[in-house]
Design a binder for this molecule. Sequence first.
Ligand SMILES: [Zn+2]
Length: 595
Amino acid sequence: MTLPMNWDLDSIFAGGSGSPVLEEFLEKLTRDLEGVKQVGLPAPLTTGADEQQAAWIDAIQMLYDLQARTSQAGSFIGCLVAQDVKDDRALQLMAQVDDLASQLGTQWTQLSAAAARQPDTAWQKLVSTPPLEEVAFHLNEERKIARQKMSPELETLANELATNGYHAWDRLYGVVSGDKEVTWQGKPLSLGQLQNKFLDDPERSVREEAFELYESAWQELARVCAEALNHQAGFRLTLYRHRGWDSVLHEPLLHNRLQRESLEAMWAVVEAKSGKLLDYFAAKAGLFGVEKLRWFDVHAPVGEVKATLTYEEATDFVVDNFGRFHPDLADFARMAIDQRWIEAEDRPGKRAGGFCTGLPLSKESRIFMTFNNSYNSMLTLAHELGHSFHGWVMRDLPYGAQFYTMGVAETASTFNELVAREASYRATTDDRERLSLLGLKLSDAAGFLMNIRARFEFELAFFEQRAKKHLSVAELSELMLAAQQTAFKEGLAQYHPLFWASKLHFYITQAPFYNFPYTFGYLFSNGVYAQAMAEGPAFYDRYVALLRDTGSMTTEELARTHLGIDLTRPEFWATAVDRVLADVDEFGELVAKLS
Ligand SMILES: [Zn+2]
């Protein structure tokens, strides 16, 4: 019997986008949300009497319940859209759920603002009462953030204006960059397709030509991008001024439950140690027969992975190797595969990419990917099974204790990926294959330690200038070039000054500074992996405890409690960076051996 490659969605809501069960579910959800709006906010906690508390507990539990149900429906519909991009009914349902989610967001904002107005003693009494004590961390956090904002009336006004102001710049950027097409060898290509050519093509002349075309296409869009970037940054700075927030890092640090000291400690270690990657650049330049790498060479493939895997072989490979760390991790993966949580078939009409989405009511998740028999798709499988495992170990926690930040979201996924990568490396004796596998790891290291750092440095410098003036295309490109030279340690012969235009992440208004959590997550999970390897199966229980607490602790508390480390100090970061740079010398030796 061959292993099924399609997921089971019918056990969640039977009947796909025409599901009558889903329709009924959404109708009830809509009615219940209306009911919450009718009831309004609970009365102030003036005396701390039981009946006052009971009204608050009801209101809070109701919002969590509505949110879990919205998330359940949203995840299911997201799966429908991904498995068939032409499913128009699913797209309509998605818009319907987006609208419910946004109404629910408004309810949370109002409740948090009301919480901010309650006296500390009465509030603390409330959140230490069951069943709220288990979600006290999240509730205290919402209240703390609300206290740092303007009055609820002003915040509501700012939020509503942002839809057609702040967030509209992001939309405009999406339209302008999405519509742009170039002609490549007589055929139209989107900028995304062109980018893949200069990143992945093994032929250097192809990469060079693609990169030049890419830069000239962005040059044509640069003035519109500069307007979008200047104005959304201006909006953010104005809002922060009214809230009394003096740093542009205040909001992203809050989102990531991270202290500034930890971020600074991490970057200081990266700054001090990433120069080691210049040896990797030099070895790679030698392979390409050039003096110094250019921008489009940094992530270019080297060596060759010949082996192909069937889906069955890939699943066996990851399950076996998870089992070497701990049998429970292997058992979980086997269960997810056998119970058809994974959509892996390679067929037209599916969305690109991979994701894992949680179903809080079913206490399950679903993984979407396209398995194409390559090494990379085996890694994607391992990676997504990590996200799924993270959700699995948290499944019995109250919904309000399951929200984790972007910085720790990749812990379990990167962990699994590292297990699979190291196992593949051990399994091969072919030097060209080893070179390819090491090249992939070091290409990641350059991405996280240099490219992402350049984005962070650019944004800091940009916001500092933006507080004083509107920046021109040339000024933005100058700032970007300087940031890239710093982060890449002057190690390249050519950079990408228009990166501020070409990188979508600078325009994501929902998540400011959409960069440092990547480097944080990468190094954090490498540090966790290093501890796991040092301690073996005995580490498993601490690993699970750490994942379970990702929704109930600040990042510093998480690291202190479960790993015994202080993120504000350089030691942990130094160990993690050393670990990811340990392959540089071996890469150089392999290059020397092969040439
Ligand atoms: Zn991931």
